[in-house]
Design a protein around this ligand. Structure first.
Ligand SMILES: [Fe+2]
Length: 281
């Protein structure tokens, strides 16, 4: 089935909180200011509490306490705060909305977090300014898998069986069994949620970063971050095989293969810090 038909014809799609949609909408307006974003986040006390907890956690290691959302935006920046808010909103889909859909959602959430942390560490080698973009894209990269598991439970089991038996990639197996793949389905729901272009592009091309036209650096970081998260067994992906790394990305990201052990150490350290916050929310 075509991915747009899946997204447009299913009543029980995961719900992204209205507030997250609003934040992403406002962010696409170039005139956005601190107070406007702070006001939106503060309207949701649960979200603002979580954002402040993260801002004050050892993950960001700030020298002094941050006690308001406006202050958090000033200290950590728009992108960080908005991506944190989006990630918090998406985590609810893994944790609450889609229970009992036949995949290990807790394991997939941890894998997702591992990928997000790894993507952030990897992209920081080239451009630390894109770190938060890489994190939120890492959180969202496999959102299509959750929808496929929900909409096609029987086919999902066939996909798992085929992955064990064949050497085909997960996207190839999904295409054979349901006529689309999780990257395309994730792209389609991301469009429905009006995510910015760079997030849509990374979800779509996280298995083929060389096809990315909008955000090739971030797509490459998420591609490698996904592999590192699997290699370190951070959580449980629905396809635990470590995929072949697209050689395109070494040059794209200014990474030499011999520096990978060092990067992996950083990923593990950052993941331990990230767990302190993200496992509690
Ligand atoms: Fe994927």
């Amino acid at each position: 089935m075509d991915e747009n038909r899946i997204i447009n014809n299913i009543d029980d799609l995961p719900v992204l909180p209205e507030i997250i949609l609003k934040i992403n909408e406002v962010l696409q307006n170039s005139e956005v200011n601190v107070d406007e974003i702070a006001e939106i986040i503060e309207k949701d006390s649960s979200l603002s509490t979580k954002v402040l907890r993260l801002a004050n956690s050892s993950y960001y290691g700030l020298a002094s306490q941050v006690d308001s959302i406006s202050r958090a935006i000033i200290v950590l920046g728009f992108n960080t705060i908005c991506n944190v808010a989006t990630s918090v909103g998406v985590s609810a889909i893994f944790k609450e909305q889609y229970k009992n859909i036949g995949i290990d959602l807790a394991g997939l959430w941890l894998h997702t977090l591992g990928c997000a942390v790894a993507s952030k560490v990897i992209i920081s080698v080239k451009n630390a300014n894109d770190a938060e973009k890489a994190f939120v894209c890492g959180i969202l990269h496999d959102i299509g898998k959750i929808i496929i598991a929900k909409v096609f439970p029987t086919e999902q089991r066939k996909i798992f069986d085929a992955l064990i038996k064949s050497k085909k990639t997960i996207c190839e197996v999904e295409e054979e069994i349901i006529g689309t793949n999780h990257a395309k389905v994730g792209f389609a729901i991301g469009k429905k949620w009006k995510f910015p272009d760079y997030i849509l592009d990374v979800i779509r091309f996280h298995h083929n970063p060389s096809l990315s036209t909008v955000a090739p650096d971030v797509a490459s970081a998420v591609h490698l971050g996904n592999a590192i998260s699997k290699a370190l067994s951070l959580g449980v992906s629905t396809d635990s095989r470590v995929s072949i790394i697209n050689p395109f990305l070494w040059e794209q990201l200014y990474i030499k293969e011999e520096t990978i052990p060092l990067l992996i150490k950083d990923v593990q350290n950052e993941f331990d810090l990230a767990m302190e916050f993200w496992m509690e929310i």
